[in-house]
Design a protein around this ligand. Structure first.
Ligand SMILES: Nc1ncnc2c1ncn2[C@@H]1O[C@H](COP(=O)(O)OP(=O)(O)OP(=O)(O)O)[C@@H](O)[C@H]1O
Length: 255
């Protein structure tokens, strides 16, 4: 089987007349964590929605495990092994934690009870509170539940939309630590869109930078983290001239 799990080629997606994705191409290989960095409005969520069929691309192709999936219905795409952890988590607040987790396995015909225990081993707090309504969980715990629910589908690829959104730095570290372990131990391939470039590049193997609907940079996460543009525009580091003054107006070298 090919090592390429997801291949997005020259995808264009519109909201009416607004072109949100302008010829985006990315690849995700088996076992990788790939991150998409980008500011507000860059098109990150649109890319996630286009991959999992919530929006149809106007142009371009999306292949998953070697098969074309663009313009298929979202439930068909989920059944083939893509699991989206949406921005804002979207857990069912009136259902218990365990009910939410079991719902994650609805596409499976096999017994998911081993996976329930696997999820609980990564998130013991969810096991402790499994009979409680999910609406009472904190933001960080809801993120854990959303990831746990995604894992219950036993996906070939997990899409995570801004897992750090609204979380404290400490919780963000904790969640990304678990993401790293899930990738290393459970071999889950992941595509993560993030505004927090620090944590995303420290976690991912490979990254892309999306700006105004275009990929403007791509490379190994370490190389991106060391690039002057990324350091200045995404990691908040500024260069100083010989008089110690910060250079705020350096032009980006991409585009
Ligand atoms: N429902 C919509 N109708 C019209 N335009 C939209 C809609 N949703 C997003 N857009 C526009 O599409 C572009 C990409 O938005 P998108 O939400 O994908 O960005 P993002 O990188 O995910 O940003 P954020 O970090 O704020 O979620 C933006 O210019 C945005 O204004």
């Amino acid at each position: 089987m090919s090592d390429t799990v997801l291949s997005v080629r020259n995808v264009e997606t519109f909201y009416g007349a607004i072109m949100a994705l302008r010829g985006v191409s990315i690849d995700v290989n088996r076992g990788e964590i790939v991150t998409i960095l980008g500011a507000n409005g860059a098109g990150k969520t649109t890319l996630m929605k286009t991959i999992c069929g919530l929006m149809d691309p106007e142009k371009g192709t999306i292949s998953f495990l070697g098969k074309e999936i663009s313009r298929q219905e979202p439930d068909k795409i989920v059944r083939q092994g893509i699991s989206l952890i949406p921005e804002g988590r979207e857990v069912f607040p009136y259902l218990t934690i365990e009910e939410n987790l079991k719902l994650g396995a609805y596409t499976r015909k096999d017994d998911a009870s081993d996976d329930l225990e696997m999820v609980y081993s990564y998130f013991p707090i969810l096991k402790e509170r499994r009979k409680q309504a999910s609406g009472f969980l904190s933001g960080g715990q809801q993120q854990m539940l959303a990831i746990g629910r995604g894992l219950m589908a036993k996906p070939e690829l997990m899409l995570l939309d801004e897992p750090s959104l609204g979380l404290s730095p400490l919780l963000t570290q904790e969640i990304f630590g678990i993401i790293r372990r899930l990738n290393a131990e459970q071999k889950v391939t992941m595509l993560i869109v993030e505004q927090n470039a620090h944590i995303a590049l420290a976690t991912a193997h490979k990254g892309y930078v999306l700006e105004m609907g275009r990929i403007v940079m791509a490379g190994d996460a370490d190389d991106l983290a060391n690039s002057a543009d990324i350091q200045e525009f995404y990691l908040g580091k500024t260069e100083e001239n010989e008089r110690g003054q910060k250079r705020w107006k350096r032009r980006k070298t991409w585009r």
